[in-house]
Design a protein around this ligand. Sequence first.
Ligand code: UFG
Length: 328
Amino acid sequence: MAVLVTGGAGYIGSHTVAALHERGEEIIILDNLQQGHKEALLGGKLYVGDLRDNDILDKVFTENEIDAVIHFAANSLVGESMKNPGKYYNNNVFGTLCLLEKMNEYNVKKIVFSSTAATYGEPESVPIDEYDRTTPTNAYGETKLAMEKMMKWFDVAYGVKYISLRYFNAAGAHDSGKIGEAHDPETHLIPIVLEAALGKRPHISVFGDDYATEDGTCIRDYIHVSDLADAHLRAVDALRKGSDSAVYNLGSSHGFSVKEVIDIAREVTGREIPVVMEQRRAGDPAVLVASSTRAREELGWSPDRSNLKEIIASAWSWHVNHPNGYNE
Ligand code: UFG
């Protein structure tokens, strides 16, 4: 039986495909390659197409024996979602509806879902656990929450079991050095800091130093992409063993400020990293740190790679060797 990975050519998707491949799974990838890179696929059979295309979904489900789906395919830029929410409802929410309908039609009843800390919005308390209030502050998070809720009702109606994984801040690169983070445009802190270290950018702009945190900059919970990939495999295993639907936070449970990230990046790279202070970026909560107790207890997950120095060192190695991402 095969695992279908939608969006498998993206950043977290490609690391999950690599992990599935390493343990000998049969892998089918569906990706429209709008943001993904086919060079990022270390295994599996790729179908280039969109979730909203009924014909390609029929082809994927008829040509392969799929028992579980890992669903990454989505747009995921917070800023863009605020300017163009319709794009997010169309691709993310409608795309997921197309996928769930097709899974049900072909009697595929297991799905692992790529969700986000953005479903919580401004947290009630820190660390955040899965029972906390979900009031997204941006359209991206709102669409991810809508997708989770859609899965809940497909479970109630048809018994489609889902495990939703709410990631905090993914970073780092694969041990092989072959795959890593390559977004265009890049908006995430760690790759931008490393691009500044490489001299590809003149500086890193820090968005606000007047937050109610010790050094005034935002605190985030950074998690190694390979630890995230491992959680997806554990979630597939849990569903195959008959687990009920569930939602899990995936984070390291440790928070680092933007200034701390820059200091550790200076230490790891040995480079100057010029900093320019700027205004706050709209929609950024001051502190996002996960309680991942549930994933640790129920999935047996242990994020062993998620020491921030190790995360930055692995990302640095990728950036030094692939300064233009996949466009060599
Ligand atoms: N930051 C800067 N300068 C930059 C980029 C980021 O100061 O050039 C700051 C941000 O303001 C934030 C922190 O660095 O305080 C981390 O920002 P990222 O953009 O790297 O990550 P976010 O925390 O905004 O985003 C992450 C995920 C999203 C998810 C969001 C939930 O990447 O997918 O958490 O809030 F939606």
